[in-house]
Design a protein around this ligand. Structure first.
Ligand SMILES: [Zn+2]
Length: 165
């Protein structure tokens, strides 16, 4: 695959993101590369010290120097942002594929490469197996009365059938 090294580098940078958004990041990067939309991730996590240093650039009286960041309070310091530069395709191609994962592009004109992971849903917990559900329902039945008891009895009946008991 072209840009295989870039893919590996992008995936490695994903390891610096908050653990609960890493799955969405990885799936998004792999989906884009599989579609031939290659891009380079230059930065994910950034220390507050580095953010403070970046904020000085363009604000320290050096002639011709332009600011490189607009804020001291970046979501990069929370491990919830990635800066992405398309190699093939456009930023919009990346945005279209990011949206279903809850990955946002909040500053299209102020900071075009900047994507954020604040709205990514955490992965669903693994499903509870029917035998465990049956045990829980049978325990709950011991204190259940009235409608709740009827609901639990139906649930137990359904689970027993499912389990062949
Ligand atoms: Zn950024």
């Amino acid at each position: 695959m072209p840009y295989a090294d870039t893919l590996q580098d992008n995936l490695a940078k994903g390891q610096e993101l908050r653990p609960d958004v890493q799955g969405a990041y990885t799936a998004w990067v792999q989906e884009c590369f599989a579609a031939g939309l290659y891009f380079r991730v230059t930065e994910t996590y950034r220390t507050q010290e580095r953010q403070n240093e970046l904020y000085k650039v363009g604000r320290r009286g050096i002639a011709g120097e332009q600011p490189v960041t607009w804020t001291l309070y970046s979501n990069h310091t929370l491990r919830l942002a990635a800066d992405c530069y398309p190699i093939t395709g456009t930023l919009n191609d990346l945005i279209v594929r990011a949206t279903p994962y809850g990955i946002t592009h909040p500053l299209p004109t102020l900071d075009p490469p900047h994507f954020e992971f604040l709205n990514v849903k955490p992965p669903a917990p693994p499903p509870v197996d029917p035998q465990t559900q049956l045990t829980w329902a049978q325990n709950a039945l011991r204190w259940a009365v009235g409608l709740r008891r009827a609901v639990l009895l139906r649930m137990i009946d359904r689970l027993k059938k499912l389990l062949g008991q």
